[in-house]
Design a protein around this ligand. Structure first.
Ligand SMILES: *Cc1c(COP(=O)(O)O)cnc(C)c1O
Length: 418
């Protein structure tokens, strides 16, 4: 995780970047017409052949609805879907497969926690602590919950470097604090938040913790038992899997105490017009037809990255982050937002005199894809005193040429715009 790890990937036998790049069709097909330097994996990552083939194969040979039919195809599909749950459980080191709920996205998973846990257990005057660098997906559901229950939001500030103060966090915990909901890794600043410490302090206060792992799980190995968080949330499409699937991990005893979130098929035991009874987790929280092939695609993505090795990916990305940071810092008038000692492959920056949208357009004309805007974190933008930033985010397939193209593109933009 730390940027200060050395060893460059190009001569490593375990991490062959050129071979990896060949496994992502979009990088190759596009490169014949136009070089593609894809630096927006923080918004959504590209997918390897391995994932695409698994999904295609299921649609062609093993597709039906799950948990429904007694016929062979439905059983095959159910086995694949439940197998995906098992893969996710092992990936997170959950104690039980019943602790893994498939949702439509990270957003869907956070809304599930707010709609079920939040509405059942929070009352007027109760408090939820979040940080100043949350994605809108980890702000707005708590505001909606507050409107429904009268609970309040408290926000831990972020300092100049993009860190939150643990002491400040601790001082904000009260006997009214029912939930801490913080990001594992900032999607704007790249900061890795000390979530383990946060969980310990919150639990000592009798407070439950939800970690938004939409970015964190992509850049580091997560062990939910070691972390101890009550909920951990992530999304398929940022982890080289498909969109349309997310994951909520929840501790089993907690999930079984929580009421259903949505009602519908599959989540019930017996339905009458007077009253219905519900099944246990995870089924209780999966009303209706779930993201069947998407879950299988996500499991394939997990197999893919585990095959490369999460440690190898982390080292590669840390090296690239270091290289990119130093290349960008050489450009006069460029300032980087977020220089925490603990950060992973995301760099937000602005160039004096150039709006990030213009920069992004010019970079695009040179085959470099970056994000420009508020990155679904308007409160953080306000804190940093900017409306928008440019953001380059790294994936496991990025290489030094991508970074050089970015730096050259920025210099070109400066020449023609300032
Ligand atoms: C992308 C992101 C989300 C939302 O993920 P969706 O898949 O869009 O629901 C939440 N939190 C963080 C930190 C993110 O980067």
């Amino acid at each position: 995780m730390n940027v200060a790890v050395a060893k460059v990937e190009s001569d490593s036998t375990t991490f062959n970047i050129e071979a990896i790049r060949r496994e992502f069709p979009i990088l190759n097909e596009a490169s014949e017409k136009n070089s593609v330097h894809f630096l927006d994996s923080g918004a959504s990552a590209q997918k390897p052949d391995y994932v695409l083939k698994k999904m295609d194969e299921m649609y062609r040979t093993g597709y039906a609805n799950v948990h429904r039919g007694a016929y062979t195809l439905s059983q095959l599909a159910t086995d694949a879907y439940e197998g995906a749950r098992k893969t996710v459980a092992t990936f997170l080191n959950a104690e039980s497969v019943d602790e893994i709920i498939f949702t439509r996205s990270a957003t869907g998973a956070i809304n599930l926690v707010a709609g079920s846990f939040g509405r059942a257990f929070l009352e007027k005057g109760d408090e939820i602590i979040i940080s100043e660098m949350e994605h809108h997906a980890n702000i707005v559901p708590w505001q909606l919950l507050g409107e429904a229950t009268g609970s309040k939001l408290k926000v831990v500030p972020v300092d100049q470097d993009g860190n939150i103060s643990i002491d400040t966090f601790q001082s904000m915990l009260t006997n009214k604090t029912k939930l801490v909901a913080v990001t594992h890794m900032s999607n704007v600043l790249g900061t890795i938040v000390p979530v383990r410490q946060i969980v310990e302090l919150a639990h000592a206060n009798g407070t439950a913790v939800m970690i938004d792992g939409a970015q964190g799980v992509v850049h580091s190995k997560v062990d939910v038992q070691e972390l101890g968080a009550d909920f951990y949330v992530f999304t398929g499409h940022k982890l080289y899997g498909p969109s349309g699937v997310g994951v909520l991990y929840g501790k089993k005893e907690l999930l079984n105490k929580m009421p259903p979130y949505e009602g519908g098929g599959d989540m019930i035991e017996i339905v009458t017009f007077e009253k219905s009874t519900y099944r246990d987790a995870p089924t209780k929280f999966e009303a209706g037809t779930p993201p069947i092939v998407e879950s299988v695609g996500l499991a394939a993505a997990i197999e893919y990255i585990e095959n490369i090795g999460q440690d190898n990916i982390e080292i590669h990305e840390d090296n690239l982050l270091k290289f990119a940071t130093s290349e960008l810092q050489k450009i006069p008038g460029l300032s980087i937002f977020g220089l925490s000692e603990r950060k992973a492959g995301i760099i937000s920056f602005n160039v004096e005199g150039i709006h990030s949208h213009d920069l992004s357009t010019i970079l695009d004309s040179r085959g470099v894809s970056i994000r420009a805007g508020h990155h679904c974190a308007q409160p953080l933008m306000k804190k940093m005193g900017v409306e928008a930033t440019a953001r380059a985010s790294l994936g496991l397939y990025n290489n030094k040429e991508d970074i050089v193209a970015l730096a050259e593109g920025i210099k070109f933009a400066k020449e023609i715009l300032t």
